[in-house]
Design a protein around this ligand. Sequence first.
Ligand code: FAD
Length: 379
Amino acid sequence: MIRLVPPAGDDSDHASLRAEVRSFLASVADRLPAPGSPTAVDAWLTGWDEDFTRALAERGWIGMTVPVEYGGHGRSFEERFVVTEELLAVGAPVAAHWIADRQIVPSLLKYGTDAQCRGFLPGIVAGEVYFAIGMSEPESGSDLASVRTRATRVDGGWRLNGTKVWTSGAHRAHAFIALARTAPVDPERRHDGLSQFIVDLRAPGVRVSPIVSMNGAHHFNEVFLDDVLVPDDMVFGEIGRGWTQVTSELSFERSGPERFLSTFGVLAANVESGADAASTGALVARTAALHQMSTAVAGALQRGEPADVPAAVVKVLGTELEGDVAEAAALHGDPTGPFGGVPLPAAVTAALDQRPGFTLRGGTTEVLRGVIARGLGAR
Ligand SMILES: Cc1cc2nc3c(=O)[nH]c(=O)nc-3n(C[C@H](O)[C@H](O)[C@H](O)COP(=O)(O)OP(=O)(O)OC[C@H]3O[C@@H](n4cnc5c(N)ncnc54)[C@H](O)[C@@H]3O)c2cc1C
């Protein structure tokens, strides 16, 4: 990973922890994708390897920010950042625990009950409990307030009916947090009346149906909820406060190093091949800047400061960089292609295939530009 030299005496880059992670990764090189291989592209979404997840857990690198009382390691967001950055730089297969570790942990700690924290956090820390995200629906993506999944009060809990879509990893995860409507839409206050529920993805009434991508990969799913009973103790946070909860979760979802390192292996391979120095130099400079910006957001999250605007900035700039890396590799990386009709290296093809998803997932670039502008006071 590219590193800027920190000032003397400043260990904000956590050099010893970085070295520890690198040394571990070198020791398990046979379990990692070969440098420049297609499986290193977007591995945080597609590289599902539960054994690898457990190996990380044994080293204390999952649930790092979980307090010790919940079985965690009580470490900082900056330390978690260093570990995740090193894992992403080599395309490590981290998808199994990614969502749980990235956003379910902080959400549980902020909104979960003590029983929910005790029920889920130790399993997440051990690398044994996996989550998906149950936000998007067939008619509802950017405008999440339009979700149609309904939760109806019944004895002892809530019955959920509706359909979630683009649910990465739902076919393997244990649970997701579903956003659902618990009160009719008030056109004046569309964000009211939404609530969140922890849904067991193996519960009666849940059907997970695969959506296979055009390159044959399967991580997406459609999740049908047919009268699924969610007991009262699995209501997440407060009924009616779902919008506030979801938006706070998004800062964690948008600001991490996975928003600029999904194609890092392709960039590294291009640098090593010495192809088109001017183009790769510019991409490396952007990567280094995003490293600094994303580190700064990890610091803000550690201090409990609101970070939705800087997180959106990282997401917009970082995901555009990921796509530009793919495109530059296609244009400059292979002297024989793409215009010579010779197939591109498989990693470049994988990066190009997945490029549209980079700027869509976690909030589209257009929508995030609005978040940034409004956050800065624009009307
Ligand atoms: C790889 C990947 C993984 C995903 N994983 C998950 C997951 O695990 N769980 C989950 O819940 N969802 C997931 N999603 C869904 C993702 O969150 C949505 O695709 C995203 O929020 C956009 O919603 P949409 O697809 O419905 O597009 P739309 O919201 O229909 O947007 C279509 C177009 O209109 C533009 N647009 C919409 N509103 C505005 C506006 N107000 N101003 C300007 N332009 C606008 C958008 O930018 C976009 O270009 C994933 C998506 C991808 C690509």
